[in-house]
Write a protein that binds this ligand. Sequence first.
Ligand SMILES: Nc1ncnc2c1ncn2[C@@H]1O[C@H](COP(=O)(O)OP(=O)(O)OP(=O)(O)O)[C@@H](O)[C@H]1O
Ligand SMILES: [Mg+2]
Length: 501
Amino acid sequence: MQNQLNLLNRISDELNKDLDPDKMLRRVLNLTVSHLNATTGSVMLFDQHNRVSAFILQQENLSDDRASRIVGTVLTEGFAGWVLKHGQSGIIYDTYQDSRWVVYDNQPYDVRSAIATPLRRRERVIGVLTVVHDEPNQFQEKDLLLLNAIAGQAAIALENARLFKETEQERVKLSAIINNTQDAVLMTTPDNRVALLNPAAEELLKTRGKPWEGVEISALTDNTALLKLLSPDGPTTGEVPLPDNRTLWATVTTVPGMGRVMVLRDISAFKELDRMKRNFIQAFTHDLRTPLATVKGYMELLRMDGPLTDRQEEDLVGIARAADQMKVLIEDMLELSRLEQLEELAGEPVAIRDVVRKSVSQMETAAKAKNIQIQVDMPEAGDMLIEGNAVLLGRAVGNLLDNAIKYTPTGGEVRVVMRQNGGRVVVSVQDNGPGIAARDLPRVFEKFFRARQEMDDIPGSGLGLAIVKTIVEHHRGQVWVESQPGQGSVFSIELPLHTGD
Ligand SMILES: Nc1ncnc2c1ncn2[C@@H]1O[C@H](COP(=O)(O)OP(=O)(O)OP(=O)(O)O)[C@@H](O)[C@H]1O
Ligand SMILES: [Mg+2]
């Protein structure tokens, strides 16, 4: 008994020495053979499709070809096949009397008795361990118990080795990705110490081979944007400007129990393109103002030089209307580019109720002209202050009302609803106009986008909603639309309320 325990302990030690399944199995085989006073033995392992993935004969170094021939024989007709099929261990007292024993070609030793046991992972048989003797009746029931115990240990060790290998492969794969990506990846612990920097992040923080592990992040960089993003309740995305004029876009994910992972991508090229586009539009619209004023001037001169025929007067009205539209467009483009260039809004507390009331009253005339009564529904209680700019906010609500009135047919309904939602306020402008097709919905806030409907005769430049979006974003808010073609549209603006601190 003591002897058997010793053996099991030794086997356990041997198994844990190595994570290479081949070496591990050879050790188990050698120990088992010598302990059971057997002549020799073998182990075979199966993969998840029950194909043989390893086969070790103690006395022979097998060629692949020979191994597969032997395996074929013993698995289809032989003892190992029986163990696999029945999922249980067994003893052959005398191979001459037992049909389960088959002799494979050129077997270099004689076998008269054998004992074999399955190796299991959970319920499945993953291998068979067999030991043999050249005399009959060499194995008994008690040997089976021992062999089963050995097989149990071996199966656990194999499973550990497999899991380790899998984890190791994953680790190698992940670290190859992290180390080779152009994006900087950095990870900090909950107490803001650096846990990981990939080469791109080392380059970014200019650590130059100095150790960084466990170093507080503030000791590695003084970039305020970056430090803010990594602070415990910092924002999860944002731009990180660098001293060399590059701009990075950071995304931060909190990994519970581990800390924060930040990925930084260079967006300088996009920023530059956007800046060029804006500069171009600004310069170009600016330059259009003067010739447009000249056109209008000459129109006045024409009238003064008159008299004009009715036909000429009519044409002139057409030209004037087009020139006015162009002027609005130019003003809108200039306003948009001014807004886009605005770094930070100089805000003051604004009573959003007053803003809405004022916009409504400014649009009343246009509404009346189309026989539309603007309904207003808002709570009368509470301050509802917003940190921002009253003129810009008025412009945003005004643009939504302008659309609602413009696109809704005569006699339609337009409604402004205001609701407080926790620390935020939502202002919705609803109409029962033509609505917007689903395919156009995602694009209505784009510059110059106009939905293609039968409303080509409704004037507009497609900048109104782009202006609304820019203004709302400057106020740290959101704007969205819900619409059903034929039913109407609801445009909503959500803004954070001023907390007063
Ligand atoms: N209330 C609405 N009902 C139906 N369609 C709308 C409504 N509001 C906007 N749209 C659609 O969205 C497009 C974009 O609106 P946006 O206000 O940006 O531009 P616009 O009204 O065409 O021109 P601008 O406002 O610059 O004079 C419109 O052309 C229209 O197709
Ligand atoms: Mg508009």
